[in-house]
Write a protein that binds this ligand. Structure first.
Ligand code: AMP
Length: 425
């Protein structure tokens, strides 16, 4: 469907045109009209479907045509990670290029003072991660009393990351009279409960069923022994002449180790995970996008929301513990209609994880044994250390947060938000 039929303003259509988009994606054409007419929306869509524009475009339109309340924060987008926050912030700037709105992105890990200064100058849109937003709320450095529109992006991931109490605290502090949009890749019971609490008679939109990956992703499993994975990966990158490869590991330590080994194999490599500074992560991502770095090794949380046009290859060096993470990971490729390949190196220890993924996808993935790398049948499966994964009961039951919500450490800084990231990011 063409964008011109959706009811967006000329200024927004101009920006969309400048981005080079010709047709609205399914999530865009289904969600933009109800959002424009003021409905709450509950949308099931994963990254790669064009979901960011599906809320950003109508959000800007609503601001443009609503009450004139200049430089008061009228729209708030909550998002789980800094990377996603930065990308949504960029989308707001891109799509709002011909509108007078100012936006501020707020996330942890960087100076709060710079954010305070920006907020003081006034903003119409704020994009924030929950932890740092609460810091601002507690310090009285942000005024959310004029919010008309709230977007909860990747709500399922915010729950997984233990943000439930933070989200509730934030939403409680917002005007009750507002429009709320909730986007989530999956619809668990918890998400449904949250939607029931936050949304009023929402229009429900479901784009992909069962968290299925986008069409256009070729998925293949390469069976291999654990100790030969690195060698096989280097071989695949070289033999296939892959120039831009995003590789997933389960742990930060694993990401660092693999990045070092690939460097030793002569591949320019960077690693991103939760232990890296924001500056290091931003630099690694920029180097990867520009082609300076050929391989980016990442953990699930760090990679969340990475948006690279036409990223051709995603590799699961280790399968994730949580099957939905597989879908998120491979969603980095084949974005917005491009094609891409998702390659999983699977050792005998991971057969159960693979079975879980195939059950979620309701499909059996193609296996291809690479010559010279056939697994040794005598090697027996060993248990994979779980770490503090989200399957552990304490993660699910504790009300969502390892810290008392909003609590500060003695030093005044909030404890890092993600319980999951304690081990896996
Ligand atoms: P998202 O699902 O929001 O992460 O978007 C995935 C990618 O698709 C981003 O790089 C967007 O810039 C791009 N995109 C969004 N909408 C469209 C569209 N209508 N046509 C082409 N590309 C799009």
């Amino acid at each position: 469907m063409s964008f011109t039929d959706l009811g967006l303003s000329a200024e927004i259509l101009r920006a969309v045109n400048e981005k080079g988009y010709t047709k609205a994606t399914p999530i865009q054409h289904q969600s933009i009209p109800p959002i424009l007419s003021g409905h709450d929306v509950l949308a099931g869509a994963q990254t790669g479907t064009g979901k960011t524009a599906s809320f950003t475009l109508p959000l800007l339109h609503r601001l443009q045509h609503g009450t004139v309340n200049r430089r008061r924060i009228r729209a708030l987008v909550l998002t789980p990670t800094r990377e996603l926050g930065a990308q949504i912030g960029q989308s707001v700037r891109d799509y709002g290029a011909h509108l007078p709105f100012r936006s501020v992105v707020i996330f942890g890990g960087v100076s709060i003072n710079t954010q305070i200064q920006k907020l003081r100058k006034g903003a119409d849109v704020v994009v924030a991660t929950p932890g740092r937003l609460l810091d601002h709320m507690q310090q009285g450095t942000i005024d959310l009393s004029a919010i008309e529109l709230l977007v909860l992006d990747e709500a399922d991931r915010m729950l997984d990351m233990g943000f439930i109490r933070d989200m509730r605290r934030i939403v409680r502090a917002l005007p009750a009279e507002r429009q709320t949009l909730m986007f989530s890749a999956t619809f668990s019971k918890d998400i449904r409960r949250l939607a029931a609490d936050f949304l009023k008679s929402p229009v429900e939109i479901q784009i992909s069923t069962n968290g299925k990956p986008a069409d256009g992703i070729r998925q293949v499993v390469l069976p291999v022994d654990k100790r030969r994975k690195r060698e096989l990966l280097s071989h695949q990158i070289g033999a296939g002449n892959w120039q831009q490869v995003l590789v997933f590991t389960r742990t930060k330590h694993g990401a660092n180790r693999l990045a070092g080994q690939l460097e030793d194999d002569g591949l320019t490599t960077a690693a991103i995970h939760g232990n890296k500074s924001q500056a290091a992560r931003t630099r690694a991502l920029a180097d990867f996008k520009s082609g300076k770095v050929r391989v980016l090794v990442a953990t699930d949380v760090a990679a969340r929301g990475i948006d690279i046009q036409r990223l051709p290859h995603v590799v699961n060096y280790e399968l994730p513990h949580v099957p939905e993470d597989y879908v998120h990971r491979i969603g980095r490729t084949a974005r917005a209609g491009h094609s891409g390949a998702a390659v999983s190196l699977v050792c005998v220890d991971e057969h159960k994880l693979l079975a879980d993924i195939e059950r979620l996808l309701q499909t059996r993935l193609e296996r291809r044994v690479v010559e010279g790398y056939a697994p040794n049948p005598r090697i027996k499966a060993e248990p994979i250390p779980q770490g503090r994964s989200k399957h552990m009961p304490s993660k699910r039951s504790g009300g969502g947060s390892s810290r008392p919500s909003g609590a500060k450490r003695p030093g005044g800084r909030r404890k890092r938000s993600s319980r999951r990231s304690a081990v896996t990011s």
